[in-house]
Ligand binder design. Structure first.
Ligand code: MG
Length: 257
């Protein structure tokens, strides 16, 4: 069952999402060569707790930290580490927040220091795909219209969808129904409805689609060692269109055709 939330409930989810957004802002300012992801994790936890919220990832199925910090070939679920980021690293940061029993989830990717041309293409495509997925999150469209919108951008940019991961419903739990693949034909799956709240999260790589999980049981990296990127917003489907709850100033954006 896909939950539908009232406007008041969406506001409660948005409050959690706005803390995600603040953490993103605080981390983006700190990310630089020489800074460790462990320090970023501490900063994230402090920021979350200063707003009276909890880091949703910490302890989730045993995950040890407040952020996922996935560097270079790590696509998702990387552990924060004490070793410093290096010039040229690509860092994906994923942040989850629980506030008053409601969850928010969002991710972004940044290059540390100077941006290589192929990495710039990867980051731009992944971010554009998130936008395309959000614009497809419109009542009466089908779930896979989001998937197709995301995949289309990857294909156009010549980057690869990591198919094992995707978006999800969110609200009372960090991960709820439905799973939202980042690939597939349009017009399939349930119809989207006003009140549904979903996390849309394209995860792309510069190489092959296969990933492997490290012995830690979490860190997921591309099998061929190519760089990966990940962007995510929590989005409410409203009468007025998709509303990005994790945007600094929550915006309702014009629906795609
Ligand atoms: Mg997520």
């Amino acid at each position: 069952m896909i939950a539908r939330r009232s406007p008041d409930e969406i506001e409660a989810i948005r409050a959690a999402c706005q803390i995600v957004s603040r953490v993103h802002g605080a981390l983006a300012e700190r990310i630089a060569p020489g800074v460790s992801t462990a320090i970023l994790d501490e900063l994230a936890e402090e920021t979350i707790r200063s707003h009276g919220a909890d880091p949703a990832f910490k302890g989730y199925h045993g995950f040890p930290a407040s952020i996922c910090a996935s560097v270079n070939d790590e696509a998702v679920h990387g552990f924060p580490r004490p070793d410093p980021l290096q010039e040229g690293d690509v860092l994906c940061v994923d942040v989850g927040v629980r506030l008053n029993g409601w969850f928010g989830d969002g991710a972004f990717t940044l290059a540390v220091g100077e941006l290589a041309a192929d990495v710039e293409r990867l980051l731009r495509a992944t971010q554009q795909a998130l936008g395309a997925g959000v614009r497809a999150a419109v009542a009466d469209k089908h779930l896979s219209d989001i998937s197709h919108a995301v995949e289309t951008i990857a294909n156009e940019a010549g980057v690869t969808v990591i198919q094992e991961y995707g978006g999800h419903g969110i609200g009372r739990e960090l991960h709820e129904e439905p799973h939202i693949p980042n690939h597939g034909a349009p017009g399939r799956g349930p119809r989207l409805q006003v009140g549904q709240v979903i996390a849309i999260e394209p995860i792309f790589s510069l190489g092959a689609p296969e990933v492997v999980v490290d012995e830690d049981g979490w860190t997921t990296r591309t099998k061929d060692g190519s760089a990966a990127a990940h962007f995510e917003h929590t989005v409410a489907i409203t009468k007025e269109g998709p509303r990005m709850l994790t945007e600094p100033r929550t915006a309702t954006i014009a629906a795609a055709g």
